[in-house]
Design a protein around this ligand. Sequence first.
Ligand SMILES: [Zn+2]
Ligand SMILES: [Zn+2]
Ligand SMILES: [Zn+2]
Ligand SMILES: [Zn+2]
Ligand SMILES: [Zn+2]
Length: 239
Amino acid sequence: MIYNKEIIHSSHPQHRLKFEYKEVPFRCDGCKEAGIGCRYKCELCDFDLHKCCAVPSQSISHPFYPKCNFQFFTRPPGNGLRYCNACGKDVLGFVYHCRLCGFDLHPCCYNLPHMLDDGDVKLYLHKKVSSACHRCGRKGPSWSYRSACKKYHLHVSCVKEMLADNWQDLYYSNGKRSLELYTRIPSLKGTLQNHHRSKRGKVRKCCEMAGLAVQFIISAVLGDPTAMIAGVIGSLMSK
Ligand SMILES: [Zn+2]
Ligand SMILES: [Zn+2]
Ligand SMILES: [Zn+2]
Ligand SMILES: [Zn+2]
Ligand SMILES: [Zn+2]
């Protein structure tokens, strides 16, 4: 898909939004979820949109829910709290909603790649985990990524939790967005140690892979699978 350098968006009609790539996290003013990498931004207002939120489709389908027809809404339809069927998190803004069954998907969750591939490691998106998630130890209902070797499982919801745990710090530290912000993207250490413990046999190989897997999943969950946050997280893991 080709993205325009500048767009006008109905949720922020007063100014143009510029396409920008930065390895600094932001909160999307459309879906209210975290983002990194590519975004559409109003520099005057500090208004940001994920690219998938800035250029949504009006009506979509998803292979995990073959009978559903999802429509795009700028705010959650109906009364009461809605949650995303992919990641289990609340829906607070832009959403794809199926009127028939009431299912909801965050735009970024809808856009999660079904395969992440860096050449060595392949990760596949599944509707459920088939064995315990490396972060929470449970199977649970959230979508998850599984490595091709089937040894590594991570819930999309758990990745979001790791990010949420640190989001206040990330976003508000010193009142400004600095390099320090995103070097804390974090809590990955916990994940990796769990992985380490559970696979004591082939320590090195396994942990390298887990680290890589986590990097890919995080940038995908944040709405930009191509964001190069590898270095950031790599330096975290070596501590
Ligand atoms: Zn968004
Ligand atoms: Zn503006
Ligand atoms: Zn449906
Ligand atoms: Zn979601
Ligand atoms: Zn989990």
